[in-house]
Design a binder for this molecule. Structure first.
Ligand code: FAD
Length: 474
């Protein structure tokens, strides 16, 4: 996403772009591929939120925006399968979601009081409560006197899947930013956007945007080395040994790959890219289950009290005209009535070493609690995708290790979800980094452009409080 977004923006600005991609397809971690039996699977379910303005801009440029469906209701199920829904009410932010929390069945009144207290503290501070930076999210929640129920059944549920890390290993600035941007600052920030097509289909427009402007995309073309001369980009060496020159380069590979490509002194202690050695990664496990009949009516469900964190009803999400609550198509057992579910477990440290069959059995047991129809349905097919180095870990202090676009050398710009964007490792962060790198390159070529989109404007009381505490409305 970082490489594609920068390449598309530069091509649109009139530069001749050559995009080198090691794999046979576009999209990096946010892509899909075909299994030997012909089923198309995403590397893992990817979702966006209403507050992700740069990702939305990128999808527009790639003519993929019509392939993202936004959902106004978020569905939750507790350990016994009881459902709760979060949706916006006609109240000014940050109060628009408050009635949903009031009726949220899985939380006690004490939990809700504690959550309201912490949410208000975030909102009244315009999203920047003092004392939080450098603390772990768990310590911050304790300092806000959160109940064990509020932590386990609310904060952990939202944040572990949003940030792919446990609360004790998450910097509070990232956790607080999720709640401020998605739940408090604006009405639509929390809306969940889900692709209605396999991920790889979202990037067809990028190909056109680059190739139709005299650019080039070379798949299966890995870069082995980035060469510098006198602190300036001098060219790349491909994996087959070919040397390639260019006026400038945006390196949009994962941070551990970049480290291997550059001279080692750049990431030595005290050097500008020391952070490449410091950033650590955390794992995500995706479990794909195909049942012989419909077992789920909601488009997706967030689970409380389980190892499984999210279930996505891929059959419904990819249906031409999804009608929530009705996924009955065809007769039981026939091909057309099969239902494909995709389960996601973030920060899945415990699952990473476990055999795939054991993970499938664990998930099936959990599904029986929340989707009783799975008990009598036959599992036709299952697959587990473990991404051990899924995203960088937003641990306390990690932000200091994230380099900015210009940190490496002249005419060499860095992009990737791990660079300094202020955002955690998300598609939004990756696209922001791509735009930041493209802005830097365009400015050095003497044709500056603003590419990065601002966050959605703050609204209601959140706007007023942000103006009082930050001195600006956002
Ligand atoms: C399992 C999983 C689930 C996720 N879920 C979500 C989600 O729901 N929402 C969300 O916003 N984000 C999610 N993310 C995070 C999101 O996928 C990433 O933040 C984003 O895709 C990162 O984009 P990137 O361009 O920075 O990096 P990458 O996608 O890693 O891109 C790097 C590219 O460099 C290429 N490359 C590597 N080495 C070389 C080489 N030597 N030469 C040439 N090319 C090379 C790679 O093939 C790749 O295409 C998820 C990530 C994972 C792994």
């Amino acid at each position: 996403m970082a490489g594609l977004s920068s390449a598309v923006a530069l091509a649109e600005a009139g530069l001749e772009v050559c995009l080198l991609e090691k794999r046979p397809r576009l999209g990096g971690r946010a892509t899909s591929y075909t299994l030997p039996d012909g089923s198309e699977v995403d590397n893992c379910q990817h979702v966006t939120l209403g507050c992700c303005t740069n990702l939305a801009d990128f999808y527009r440029r790639a003519e993929a925006d019509s392939k993202i469906r936004f959902y106004d209701k978020l569905y939750f199920a507790d350990g016994r399968g009881r459902r709760s829904v979060i949706r916006a009410w006609p109240l000014p932010p940050p109060l628009h979601l408050a009635p949903s929390f009031l009726f949220f069945g899985a939380l006690t009144m004490a939990d809700k009081r504690a959550i309201a207290h912490a949410m208000l503290a975030i909102a009244r501070a315009g999203g920047e409560p003092p004392g939080a930076p450098g603390m772990s999210m768990l310590d911050w929640l304790h300092s806000m006197r959160q109940t064990p129920g509020a932590i386990e059944r609310f904060w952990r549920v939202v944040l572990v899947s949003a940030l792919n890390e446990e609360l004790a290993r998450t910097d509070a600035i990232y956790g607080i930013a999720v709640f401020w941007k998605a739940f408090l600052a604006s009405r639509g920030g929390y809306r969940l956007g889900i692709p209605s097509v396999p991920l790889a289909e979202l990037y067809q427009g990028c190909r056109d945007a680059i190739v139709h402007r005299k650019g080039e995309i070379r798949l299966r073309t890995g870069v082995r080395e980035i060469r510098l001369r006198d602190g300036r980009f001098a060219g790349v060496v491909l994996e087959d040994g070919t040397e390639m020159a260019a006026d400038a380069c945006i390196a949009a590979v994962p941070h551990d790959v970049l480290r291997e490509m550059l001279p080692p002194e750049l990431s030595a202690k005290g050097a500008p890219l020391e952070g490449l050695r410091r950033l650590r990664a955390s794992p995500i496990t995706g479990v794909h289950l195909w049942y012989d009949r419909p077992v789920m009516t909601e488009p997706f469900l967030a689970l409380l009290d389980h190892t499984t964190q999210w279930i996505f009803n891929r059959t419904l999400l990819h249906a031409a005209e999804p009608s929530v609550g009705n996924s009955e198509h065809g007769a039981e057992g026939d091909e057309a009535s099969r239902q494909y579910l995709q389960l996601v477990i973030s920060a899945s440290y415990d699952l990473a070493p476990r055999p795939r069959q054991e993970i499938i059995e664990l998930c099936r047991k959990e599904l029986a609690d929340v989707l009783p129809a799975t008990r009598s349905a036959a599992l036709v097919k299952a697959t587990v995708i473990k991404e051990i180095d899924a995203t960088f870990s937003p641990e306390p202090g990690a932000d200091a290790w994230r380099p900015a676009a210009r940190a490496a050398a002249q005419k060499l710009y860095l992009a990737g979800d791990w660079t300094r964007t202020g955002w955690p490792a998300t598609m939004e962060g990756a696209v922001r980094s791509g735009y930041l790198a493209a802005e830097a390159a365009l400015s050095d070529f003497g044709c500056p452009r603003e590419l990065v989109r601002q966050d959605p404007p703050f609204e209601g009381l959140s706007r007023r409080w942000a103006r009082q505490t930050r001195g600006r409305p956002g």
